[in-house]
Design a protein around this ligand. Sequence first.
Ligand SMILES: O=C(O)C[C@H](O)C(=O)O
Ligand code: SF4
Length: 511
Amino acid sequence: MQQFQESMYKLIVETSTNLPADVRRVIQRAQEQEDEGTRAALSLSTISENITMAECNVSPICQDTGMPTFIVHCPVGANQIEMKKHIVAAVRQATKDSKLRPNSVDSLTGANSGDNIGPGVPVVHFEQWEKDDIDVRLILKGGGCENKNIQYSLPAELEGVGKAGRDLDGIRKCILHAVYQAQGQGCSAGFIGVGIGGDRTTGYELAKHQLFRHVDDVNPNPELGKLEDYILANANKLGIGTMGFGGQVTLLGCKVGVMDRLPASFFVSVAYNCWAYRRQGVVLDAATGEIKDWVYEGGSNVKMADPADKAASASEGRREVVLQAPITEEQIRSLRVGDVVVINGAMHTGRDALHKYLMDHDAPVDLNGHVIYHCGPVMSKDESGEWHVRAAGPTTSIREEPYQGDILKKFGLRAVIGKGGMGPKTLAALKDHGAVYLNAIGGAAQYYAECIKKVDSVHFMEFGVPEAMWHLEVDGFAAIVTMDSHGNSLHADVDKSSLEKLAEFKEPVFK
Ligand SMILES: O=C(O)C[C@H](O)C(=O)O
Ligand code: SF4
């Protein structure tokens, strides 16, 4: 087993940096389905470019490298204690090498362990089997899409689709509702795994296990196969689209599993995964730990389409405004939903811990006229002590909804960059004060890292790397105005229209 640790390291790096072939193929199909020139097409081009960049740079596809979750099948007699030690060591090394972001946070103190190791992290499940080889699967599922998981207890009354009973049609309604409630916040277009039955814990586990299926497999249960096809065809009619910008493709895959339940319980558990669907697996020689085979076809077999042509046509007819901080109120008031803003110069990161802190403390730098970026990057430090950005896409902004409006006004911020949009309180503050919300493409961590030319300094390292306030110099950082200073919100519009479309699925289909 001398090579087991090295094999685990290779598995982590491959999973984090090289999106598998089956996932790439459906993303490419989505690109073909979107009309040229739309926001969805522009976003998919960026996503596509980001996938290629991550592979070339051997760097994380998305900065949120998720909860490392390993499922190990091994023959009787294989030493599980040893294997777990090697997995932990490989995770630690991959974190040190910036292939994983330090993501293990003490839930009570907020302290980041710095190496992705902590109580309950990484997750490792063992199962024995009769085969001679060891099979290890890994999924890196980020926090943003994890937050969009949802569990239904039937019977239920659901927004849009109404009564959902304890039958296949009730399950159908739950799944459509699950796609609706995620909007673009889990970085759609996404994949869903559904677990029917079980208890609250095993139902979710079953749902997550569905995410290990191949995108193009066929469900062995014909009834569930029909349900999967129905969901895939119809969820896309909700019109949520990539990043919730509206569009033809909202869902890229749907896999449903079933297990028994208690007479009193009927759970439908839905695990939502973003487009950055990072899962891989290896088959190992049980004696040496050497990799014999990969479970999913490698991403390198499917080259992503060259986005140059499509991106160029996509930006035609779209107003592009270049801004540099400090930005004036007048510049902001001239922007409208749909404009593309290109930022050059200073930008400051800030997410959950910082927003809470700023509510009753001063900022360490002058933020008047500045831009705050909801981002928790992957960073590395070179021998001379200089910081470098390894991955830096946006995080879900809605978590800052309780704070953002107050903070905008208190510090005079003019632009907030994030993803998934924000709520009515922020929208009112944008109008009142004169600021905009800019939606960056979620998961496009390599694409944005390349726009960051320099790390000027950092504050609040005690919050941990993702939560610290990084002061950056950017060049050509593009994002779309989705909430302007005149009370318009693309997110509110898409939410409203998709709820209306959801209501069209009220009538029974599976009788
Ligand atoms: O934590 C992050 O950087 C992003 C997160 O996965 C999110 O989608 O909000
Ligand atoms: S930022 Fe988006 S792509 Fe990245 S882990 Fe979160 S949901 Fe997934």
